[in-house]
Design a protein around this ligand. Structure first.
Ligand code: DX5
Ligand code: ZN
Length: 217
């Protein structure tokens, strides 16, 4: 059976006990650590930056899946590479020259992802999908954890899967926002490969068990 990859979002972790929560993910069935970088401009919230990514990379052995919610991300690609990011995802809406940005991410030795806000249609990726390692479908408006899942996401995932199949590429589909045990199986059936879950994992009584259940969905 083809298992989902699970990327717990550390935005919902206890920042006063970050090492404990990173280790919890390390010792679970999770595949990646999802790190949300917010600049207070692209999204109305500020989270954390490179020093925190670097600190996490020093005691994490699972890949760091870094989601940049920042304007003009080209400015920081090389710093995120040296801070330990393995996958670097930029927002479609934040890049004027997306092709150049994607090539710059790959040139730094990272996997390249592009995130789509809920209002951005999948068809806008038609001429770049073959260059992408991952597409992150936002199932909430980015900026905050704990928001409600937007139902139109299933349709977007299906369209994206069709595009990926039609182009014959192996781009992964990641879904982020409002994901939990209630919708994981349906997201997988629609074509999702990777699920990000923040509050569903860290607000549950047994985060390790929740990660395992998500993975078995
Ligand atoms: C939202 C972030 C998400 C967030 C998800 O802008 O990109 O990764 O942490 O949180 P939940 O799973 O609580 O919706
Ligand atoms: Zn995210």
């Amino acid at each position: 059976m083809n298992h989902l990859k699970i990327a717990p979002s550390l935005l919902a972790a206890d920042f006063g006990n970050l090492e404990r929560d990173v280790k919890l993910v390390e010792n679970s069935k999770a595949d990646w650590h999802h790190l949300d970088i917010m600049d207070g401009l692209f999204v109305p919230n500020i989270s954390y930056g490179m020093p925190v990514v670097k600190a996490i990379s020093e005691y994490a052995s699972k890949p760091l899946d870094v989601h940049l919610m920042i304007v003009d991300p080209d400015r920081y690609i090389s710093e995120f590479a040296s801070s330990g990011a393995h996958i670097l995802t930029v927002h479609f809406e934040a890049c004027k020259h997306l092709h150049r940005t994607v090539q710059a991410i790959k040139a730094e030795g990272m996997k390249a992802g592009v995130a789509l806000n809920p209002h951005t249609p999948v068809r806008l990726l038609e001429d770049i999908i073959q260059d992408l390692d991952l597409v992150l479908v936002m199932s909430v408006n980015p900026g905050f954890g704990g928001q409600s899942f937007i139902e139109n996401t299933y349709e977007k995932i299906r369209k994206l899967k069709e595009l990926i199949t039609a182009k014959g590429c192996d781009t992964l589909i990641e879904v982020d926002g409002g994901v939990g045990l209630q919708n994981a199986a349906k997201l997988k059936a629609a074509g999702a490969d990777v699920l990000v879950a923040g509050s569903a994992v860290f607000s549950s009584e047994d985060p390790g068990a929740t990660i395992e259940k998500l993975k078995e969905s």
